[in-house]
Design a binder for this molecule. Structure first.
Ligand code: BGC
Length: 426
């Protein structure tokens, strides 16, 4: 049996809809059934390198790739484009999506159903439960997790660190002392791109560091109002304000990957960013330990604030389902989960993938995820779509951005605005 006939034989839905006779279809119809149309925001060097691993795997199985890239880290622009496509009945085979967005589309009846494949592949036994919460809706598999990213990381240029005589900061105060050291040495201390999602992604870590794991969960996942307006939350905003003193004058609006490049080149000491930043270091042939240091955001060791790129599988006409099934199967295969995530900077979305091919940061990421998942310290990133539904995440990013850029002036006002904005978005 060829891979393709095996696939069709194994999936009743595809077999029923295509019928083996349709394998003989010629010309345009065949091209369409053998095509994967994918919407995503993976346009940086590291992201593109990771995506080409998938394109190659699918090409080897005979599937064409129709790329629908929508640039813009954090995915807001991509999600606007997706909304328009789906509203026009122009569903992609799949789209990169973050947690709660998948559930929104599923509730609106827009997603396909991969349950049969999930059963034959045993996904429920290998995909971590927190991810299944977002990939399965109403008992049906509607999305496939590609990876697990986490946001509470520092990415430090090693040569700059050595030059300024810095040591790895253990606490938030140590972090400030390190940034001061860089500033005194005339180096840009903190590489930050001034876009709401980058600021909010950094703030996720600041909240965890300031309040600890219990507090993070209550405020950022349970949206507990008392926590959101507490003194601890105010202190988190005050800590965020401190970081503002260490960014360069051109930070406003800068893309995240250009910001990572500042650290890669030694133009800045450190970036606080999800581990997609590591994909950029890898694409630039940099080695952890030698060229750069990856460590958890000071004061967050033991906890992991995660997001996961899901491929949301849309409802598509019968003649496009075979390609969708092939995409889903390839995405969650053990070998792909290793080869893709080694390049992407993330870690596998299955618990049974060996860490052999991963570098030191990847090995740490895999071990940290397991420990946090076992120990109850794995939390969804609010900035990255895993803390609350999209409207609330948007409200959060907006308040953080206004505070960071001075339109909201005090931490008192910030928590009041946050509570109000979240309430209105509910
Ligand atoms: C995604 C990553 C991506 C990053 C920057 C995040 O929301 O989860 O896969 O690399 O945005 O584009």
């Amino acid at each position: 049996m060829t891979v393709r006939t095996k696939l069709i034989a194994g999936v009743a839905l595809a077999a029923a809809s295509l019928g083996l006779a349709s394998l003989g279809l010629a010309g345009a119809a065949q091209a369409q059934t053998k095509e994967v149309q994918m919407l995503h925001w993976w346009t940086s060097g590291g992201e593109a390198a990771a995506l080409s691993v998938l394109k190659k795997d699918l090409a080897a199985e005979g599937y064409a790739w129709k790329d629908v890239p929508v640039a813009g880290g954090g995915g807001d622009a991509a999600m606007t484009a997706l909304k328009a496509m789906v509203a026009n009945g122009n569903n992609p085979t799949a789209s990169q999506m973050l947690g709660y967005t998948v559930l929104d589309y599923a509730a609106a009846g827009k997603m396909g159903d991969l349950t049969e494949l999930a059963k034959s592949e045993g996904w429920d036994k290998v995909v971590p439960a927190p991810l299944q919460k977002f990939a399965v809706s109403d008992g049906k598999w509607v999305a496939v997790p590609v990876n697990v990213h986490s946001v509470n990381w520092l990415w430090i240029n090693k040569a700059v660190m050595d030059k300024i005589g810095g040591t790895e900061p253990k606490t938030f105060d140590d972090f400030i002392a390190l940034l001061d050291k860089a500033k005194a040495a005339g180096v840009t201390p903190l590489a930050l791109g001034g876009q709401d999602w980058q600021e909010a992604t950094m703030f996720d870590s600041v909240v965890l560091s300031t309040g600890g794991p219990e507090f993070y969960k209550k405020a950022m996942n349970d949206l507990d109002e008392a926590s959101l307006k507490s003194d601890t939350m105010k202190k988190a905003f005050d800590n965020l304000a401190k970081l503002k003193a260490y960014v360069d004058p051109n930070f406003s609006g800068r893309d995240w990957n250009l910001t990572t490049a500042m650290v890669i080149k030694g133009d800045a000491l450190v970036q606080v960013m999800g581990d997609w930043a590591k994909g950029e270091f890898k694409a630039a042939s940099k080695t952890p330990g030698t060229d750069y240091i990856c460590m958890r955001f000071p004061g967050t060791d033991g906890s992991v604030v995660y997001n996961s790129d899901m491929f949301g599988m849309f409802a598509v006409p019968d003649d496009r389902k075979e390609a969708q099934v092939a995409l889903a199967k390839a995405t969650l295969s053990k070998s792909f989960q290793s080869s893709f995530n080694v390049v992407k900077g993330s870690v596998p979305a299955r618990t049974d993938v060996p860490d052999t091919d991963f570098d030191a940061c990847g090995k740490k990421g895999i071990a940290d995820l397991k420990k946090a998942n076992d120990g109850g310290t794995l939390f969804g990133s609010l900035a990255q779509g895993y803390g609350a539904p999209p409207a609330i995440a948007t409200a959060y990013k907006d308040v953080v951005d206004k505070f960071f850029n001075g339109q909201i002036k005090t931490s008192d006002e910030a928590v009041a605005q946050l509570v109000k904005a979240i309430d209105e978005a509910k």
